[in-house]
Design a protein around this ligand. Structure first.
Ligand SMILES: Cc1ncc(COP(=O)(O)O)c(C=O)c1O
Length: 422
């Protein structure tokens, strides 16, 4: 369930937003490019691109050196950590940077798995991206039992009764997604964390798909871990893990001997991608400015991020209504996931469809030729495509909206799709 948002008026400035993203001005075959591939990775604002190249031009160095550029690098990383702390509502020393969510999750599953063996259980879900499935399933090698909560095929929502059944006194960890990168369902993450805590288990939340759409508050959620990827919310290709301070301190990462034992650095193996970390700070700056423009009275960076999410939510909800109504008007189209407007709070603006007589690849290719960038396949949500029996049929066509998309783009995409299947 999305965290309750405060009540104050907000507004988005679409012209300003679009002007921030240089790539949105591109054309293809004389048509404006329409980026509906946000769930695979979003576009980045100019300030992120500049921060990356400025870092390389002026401060390119390793960390911990007794000289100017190295000290600047240390300071820049500290600032980026604090910024991500505000984005997720935690302290800077609870932020771990990594190559991507998948690598961070493998590192964490190996570390947690050190203490697990026969008789211990881990509960996963069949609605998750495989990056929150396979790294935990790998612990079967240690004798750990893996259980997976089902989802309801009719609306693609997590079966919370099944989730509650799977969690027992033997459960050591519950790993679940905040939102599905395939069908767009938003899970009741607070309830999942509560069930895990009640059983004395750790909770590990994959917020990769949720982050561009909804406010994350790890304090309010009270989860032990939460992971996201900055390239899905307008930053560079990197992953970020939040770990509760006491958990990061208690667990033992696999690490080289000279690396510090202090958190969070002990969880960061090798040299990080410093230029991308500079980009992450700029990405949070973008969120802050977006929020301050939406709500000029925001007092802190966190307040501005809250306001940005509120404004984004209103804009994406309007586009969701139009998109779903328009999709249903296309003959032979089947939408997977929540379609009842009364339940749109439980979904984000990510839509997967199949259309009779057309493969997802064919649709994505024809849309792509007209400048509409969508995706086909399973997007690594392998259990979802298998459970819905579309894996053998090429998966789904996925259309993903984020805040820089416009109602006009939604209308044009619907016209193009109608023409393609006519
Ligand atoms: C929901 C979800 N979880 C995890 C991942 C994996 O993220 P990364 O590419 O950062 O490893 C993705 C990527 O698409 C995703 O959508």
């Amino acid at each position: 369930m999305a965290i309750a948002e405060p009540v104050f008026p907000v507004s988005l400035d679409p012209a300003w937003i679009r002007s921030q993203f240089p790539s949105l001005a591109q054309t293809l075959n004389g048509q404006p490019a329409v980026f509906l591939d946000g769930p695979g990775g979003t576009q980045v604002p100019r300030r992120v691109i500049d921060a990356i190249s400025d870092y390389l031009a002026h401060d390119n160095a390793n960390t911990g050196g007794a000289y100017h550029t190295s000290r600047n690098t240390d300071n820049m990383i500290a600032e980026a950590r604090a910024a991500m702390g505000d984005f997720l509502n935690c302290d800077a020393d609870e932020i771990v940077f990594g190559a991507n969510m998948t690598s961070l999750t493998y590192a964490m599953s190996r570390a947690i798995g050190r203490d697990l063996g026969p008789g211990d259980e881990i509960v996963l879900t069949l609605l998750d991206h495989d990056a929150n499935f396979s790294p935990w399933k790998a612990l079967e090698e240690n004798g750990v039992t893996i259980r997976a909560a089902k989802f309801n095929p009719s609306d693609c929502t997590l079966d919370m009764d099944d989730m509650a059944r799977q969690i027992t006194s033997r459960t050591r960890l519950v790993a679940a997604g905040y939102a599905s990168n395939a069908v767009g369902t938003i899970n009741d993450a607070s309830e999942i964390v509560r069930l895990a805590r009640e059983a004395g288990a750790l909770s590990y939340i994959d917020a990769v798909h949720y982050a561009p759409h909804g406010l994350i508050d790890v304090r309010a959620l009270d989860c032990d871990f939460l992971v996201c990827s900055t390239y899905k919310f307008f930053g560079p290709h990197m992953g970020v893990l939040y770990g509760k301070r006491e958990q990061l301190k208690m667990l033992h990462p696999y690490k080289v001997r000279p690396n510090t034992n202090n958190i969070p650095n002990c969880w960061e193996s090798g040299t990080l991608n410093h230029e991308c970390i500079a980009g992450i700070k700029a990405c949070v700056d973008y969120w802050e400015e977006l929020g301050r423009r939406a709500h000029p009275f925001a007092k802190s960076r966190r307040d501005a991020i809250v306001a940005a999410h509120k404004a984004i939510h209103e804009h994406e909800s309007r586009m969701t209504e139009r998109m779903i109504a328009g999709l249903f008007a296309i003959p032979g189209l089947k939408l997977y996931g929540i379609s009842d407007p009364g339940r749109f709070e439980q979904r984000c603006a990510t839509f997967v469809v199949r259309i009779e007589g057309h493969t997802p690849l064919e649709l994505a290719t024809k849309l792509g030729e007209r400048g509409f960038f969508t995706w086909d396949g399973n997007y690594y949500a392998l259990n979802v495509s298998e459970q819905l029996d579309v894996e053998r049929l090429g998966g789904f066509l996925r259309i993903g909206l984020v805040h820089y998309n416009t109602m006009d783009e939604v209308e044009r995409m619907l016209v193009a799709l109608r023409e393609i299947v006519a």
